[in-house]
Write a new protein. Structure first.
Length: 225
């Protein structure tokens, strides 16, 4: 019975994610979510007493990955995250940490993978939902905590490792992580988020990442004051 309840709950989260992303929080309805599930609103409310609590759970799970798994027992077969969004943070970070290459190359490789991940349309839909809800609930705060803030903490961990190995100068790794993230996003994230202009060509995309990493290393490269 427990397994059956988990499967049902996961199916609800998957459908709710689709409806919230398509319609936004205000226009999304529990009735439509129940209809797409092929069940009743009573069953839906039995799992999630309100639309806001359902959104909070959707946002938390979408943002939070740990140990290569999406939490809350989301099976691959019913994962709410589309296939092209199923980048694993741990894979991105482990490739960076274990790389024997030059620090500039390591950071450029990381920057490309990181920005491809957060510039996907699916991420932007969730981001907009979080902003929309942040003024009237804890949804935005939870999304930030389990998503962007968790990513910054993970970036700080690998930067700290590079500092210990002498590949970067010693500094506050948390601040360095925030600055690396800001530099990588500077020319890409908001344009992508607001659908401004055409997406950059591959060469232009890589050039922007290279410029961001060069600026970061001007501050944090080994031997810098």
């Amino acid at each position: 019975m427990r397994k059956k309840n988990e499967i049902k709950r996961n199916a609800i989260l998957k459908v709710a994610h689709e409806v919230f992303c398509e319609r936004g929080y205000e226009k999304a309805s529990m009735s439509e979510i129940a209809a797409r599930l092929g069940g009743s609103k009573a069953t839906l409310y039995g799992y999630f007493p309100s639309k806001r609590l359902l959104l909070q759970e959707v946002m938390s799970i979408a943002a939070y990955r740990k140990n290569n798994e999406v939490v809350a027992c989301l099976d691959q077969s019913v994962s709410m995250i589309p296939e092209n969004y199923r980048y694993q943070f741990e894979t991105v970070f482990s490739e960076v940490e274990n790389s024997p290459m030059d620090i500039a190359v390591i950071l450029r490789n990381f920057g490309e993978k990181f920005m491809r991940m957060i510039c996907l349309p699916e991420f932007h839909k969730l981001y907009r939902l979080a902003v929309e809800e942040s003024v009237c609930s804890q949804t935005g705060s939870r999304f930030y905590e389990f998503g962007p803030q968790a990513a910054l903490k993970r970036i700080a961990v690998f930067l700290e490792g590079f500092m210990e190995r002498g590949l970067l100068r010693r500094a506050n790794a948390r601040i360095a992580a925030a600055q690396l993230s800001a530099l990588l996003k500077a020319e890409l994230f908001e344009c992508s988020l607001f659908c401004y202009g055409e997406p950059p060509a591959e060469d232009a995309f890589r050039e922007k990442i290279e410029i961001a990493v060069d600026a970061f290393l001007m501050i944090y490269g080994p031997g810098k004051p």
